[in-house]
Design a protein around this ligand. Sequence first.
Ligand code: FAD
Length: 151
Amino acid sequence: MTINKTSDVGIAVKEAISKANEKLDVAEAEMIISGGRGMGSPDNFSYLYEISEVVGAAVGASRAAVDTWEDIPHSMQVGQTGKTVTPKLYIAVGISGAIQHLAGMRTSKYIVAINKDPDAPIFGVADYGVVSSWEDALPVLKKELEKLVLD
Ligand SMILES: Cc1cc2nc3c(=O)[nH]c(=O)nc-3n(C[C@H](O)[C@H](O)[C@H](O)COP(=O)(O)OP(=O)(O)OC[C@H]3O[C@@H](n4cnc5c(N)ncnc54)[C@H](O)[C@@H]3O)c2cc1C
């Protein structure tokens, strides 16, 4: 597991994607990008959908996101009382990593976590952790994934 605590989020996200790409062809990978309550509002899930369109990913959510915002349907919930998923690449954004969430995604092949709290439990299962707000990290992530898909 690598947790990148650099203040240069661009470098951290680039490295996360490059390491993931070493293990699997990210441009071809079956991928899920999930948002939690840390996304702040259901409208901000649009950033996740934009990224999902770049790589043909599905968008998931934590139970807190689903319970808090009625615009985020229960069908998106990953975890003990939601769906169990095993994508090649799982990107958790603003998700703390409660045990009930981990129960549904910890067998993903490669896990990248973006969370502004360096002590968030999600980093315990992540192959690569980026300590950052999603507001800083997602634009870089989108750009890096676009490069991989276009290459
Ligand atoms: C019986 C039972 C079953 C459950 N089943 C499930 C289940 O199936 N799935 C599930 O997910 N949960 C389930 N839960 C709920 C679970 O315990 C947690 O409450 C839930 O997973 C928390 O969701 P969260 O991580 O999105 O929210 P929070 O715990 O509120 O975490 C939000 C995270 O976002 C981070 N953050 C905040 N702002 C930003 C930002 N700007 N940028 C980056 N990071 C940010 C914070 O540091 C924090 O780590 C269940 C609970 C029970 C009791």
